[in-house]
Design a protein around this ligand. Structure first.
Ligand code: PLP
Length: 425
C-alpha cells in the first residue's frame, strides 16, 4: 500500500492555483533529491554506481541539473536530449546515448561529446565507423534476450521488440568492437517498463551477470559496466507497493557475489537509467474543474487535457486524483474526469469514485513527474502547461506555459514556393 501524498498543504496548493493559474505541473525537488540519494546509497557497494536519468521522462534542464548535483548522469536518445544534458552541465562520460534507428548526426554528436554510445544493432558498428572514422574507446551494446525472457505489458515481448542486439550476435559485437580498437566495454539491456515485481528486475541482473561470464569465456573481453536500463515501476495505485532500492540492491549484490566475484571475474560497475522511479511520484498536475456535466454518465471537465498528461488516454494508465480540501470526504460519486480535446479518450479517469465535485474544485493528479509533461503534444492547438519546482527556499518556475506565439513559431506567415524542387508531375 502507498499513501498518495501531496507536496504542500491544501491552503498552499489553493494559493498557488490562484496566483499561478491552472493547469500546471509541480515537482518536489526536495523529495527528488532525497530519492536520488537513497538510490545511490543503496547501490554504494558497487564502486562508481551511477543512474543515468532518462531525459525523456522529465526533459527539463533544471531537473537535470538538480540530479547532476546528486551524482546522476543522463540517458539520452536524441540530439536535443544530448543538448539538454550538455546544457545542464553533464559531461560526456556521464551521458549514456541509447538510441534506436539512430541518424548519423546523432552518432557524430555523441562521439564528439565523449558520451557512452550504446549500440542497438550489430550493423551500427559500421555506421559509427563510417560517421566518426573509428569506434570510441568505450562502447556499450544493448542486449535483447529474445525468447529467453518475457517482457511486460508496456515494453512488450523481447522477440517482438525493435530494440537491442540478438542473443546469437551479442558476443560477436564485442569481438568486432575489440578488433576495432575499443578498450572499455559495457553491456546494456532494457526489458521491462514500469515493473513493480522485484523478482523480474533481479532476474535481469542474473541475465546480465551470466552474459558477462559468457562474453569473458568466449572472447576474453572483460565487461566493465552493466546498465540495467530503466523500467523500475512506481505505485500509481494506492494498493501498489514501491520497489525498495535497498532491498533490490541487496538481492543484486548477492547475485553479483555469486556470479561475478566467486567466479573470479573482473569488477563490473552497476548502473541504471531509471527515469520514472526517480521523479515520477514527485510530480503533480494541478488543475481545476471547469464543468460538471450529467449526460449518460457524470463528467467532470478539467482545464487540463491529454496535452498535459497523456498516459491515461494512451495506455489506460491509472493516475490517482486528490480533490483539494475534500480528501476527508467519502468517494461516493462516480465520474469520468475529462479534458477539453475533441477526442473521446481525452480522459484522466473513467468511472472514478471521487467526492462530489463542483465547478472550481482544484484537483491534484498524482505521479506526473515522469512521462507526464514530456509526452505532451499540441493537437487541437492546445498549449502545454508551465512547470514549477519546490525547493527549500521557495517555488521556482522551471518552464513557462506555452503561448500562441510558441505554437505558430514554426509556421510561415506567408507560404513559400519551394522553387528548387521544381513542379510536381
Ligand atoms: C532506453 C531507455 N532507457 C530508460 C528509459 C526510462 O524508463 P523509466 O522511466 O521507466 O525508468 C526508457 C523509457 O522508455 C528507455 O527507453
Amino acid at each position: 500500500m502507498t499513501e498518495k501524498k501531496l507536496p504542500l498543504a491544501d491552503d498552499s496548493i489553493r494559493n498557488l492555483a490562484e496566483h499561478l493559474g491552472t493547469p500546471f505541473h509541480i515537482y518536489d525537488g526536495r523529495a527528488i533529491r532525497a530519492n536520488a540519494r537513497a538510490m545511490r546509497k543503496a547501490f554504494s557497494w558497487s564502486e562508481g554506481f551511477i543512474n543515468y536519468f532518462a531525459v525523456k521522462a522529465l526533459p527539463n534542464i533544471s531537473i537535470l541539473r538538480l540530479l547532476a548535483e546528486e551524482g546522476f548522469g543522463a540517458d539520452c536518445s536524441s540530439l536535443p536530449e544530448l543538448r539538454l544534458a550538455t546544457e545542464a552541465g553533464i559531461p560526456g562520460e556521464r551521458i549514456m546515448f541509447t538510441s534506436n534507428d539512430t541518424p548519423d548526426e546523432e552518432f557524430a554528436e555523441a562521439f564528439r561529446l565523449g558520451a557512452i554510445i550504446n549500440l542497438d544493432d550489430i550493423s551500427h558498428i559500421d555506421d559509427v565507423i563510417r560517421v566518426c572514422g573509428k569506434l570510441p574507446e568505450t562502447i556499450s551494446f544493448r542486449y535483447n534476450p529474445g525468447p529467453g525472457r518475457t517482457g511486460n505489458a508496456i515494453i512488450g515481448n523481447p522477440v517482438e521488440a525493435k530494440y537491442g542486439v540478438r542473443d546469437d550476435q551479442i558476443v560477436q559485437c564485442f569481438r568486432l568492437a575489440s578488433e576495432h580498437g575499443v578498450k572499455h566495454f559495457m553491456l546494456h539491456t532494457m526489458v521491462a517498463s514500469n515493473e513493480l515485481n522485484e523478482d523480474y528486475i533481479t532476474e535481469t541482473g542474473r541475465m546480465l551477470f551470466s552474459l558477462v561470464g559468457r562474453i569473458k569465456e568466449e572472447t576474453g573481453i572483460s565487461i566493465e559496466q552493466i546498465d540495467m536500463g530503466g523500467g523500475i515501476g512506481i505505485p500509481y495505485r494506492p494498493e501498489d507497493t514501491a520497489i525498495s532500492f535497498s532491498h533490490l540492491s541487496s538481492r543484486l549484490h548477492d547475485l553479483y557475489h555469486e556470479m561475478i566475484e566467486e567466479k573470479g571475474l573482473n569488477d563490473v560497475r552497476l548502473s541504471f537509467e531509471c527515469g520514472r522511479c526517480i521523479t515520477g511520484p514527485y510530480g503533480w498536475l494541478i488543475t481545476r474543474v471547469r464543468h460538471i456535466a450529467h449526460k449518460y454518465k457524470d463528467y467532470a471537465g478539467l482545464d487540463a487535457s491529454m496535452a498535459d498528461l497523456m498516459r491515461p488516454a494512451l495506455y489506460g494508465a491509472y493516475h490517482h486524483i486528490s480533490v483539494i480540501g475534500k480528501e476527508g470526504m467519502e468517494r461516493d460519486h462516480i465520474y469520468d474526469v475529462t479534458g477539453s480535446l475533441c477526442e473521446n479518450n481525452d480522459k484522466f479517469a473513467v468511472d472514478r469514485p471521487l467526492p462530489e465535485l463542483g465547478k472550481g474544485d482544484i484537483l491534484a493528479i498524482h505521479d506526473t513527474g515522469a512521462h507526464g509533461h514530456s509526452m505532451g503534444f499540441n493537437y487541437n492547438a492546445k498549449l502545454r502547461s508551465a512547470e514549477y519546482l519546490i525547493e527549500d527556499d521557495g517555488i521556482y518556475m522551471i518552464r513557462r506555459a506555452e503561448t500562441y506565439d510558441d505554437y505558430v513559431r514554426t509556421m510561415l506567415p506567408e507560404r513559400k514556393l519551394m522553387a528548387e524542387v521544381g513542379k510536381w508531375r
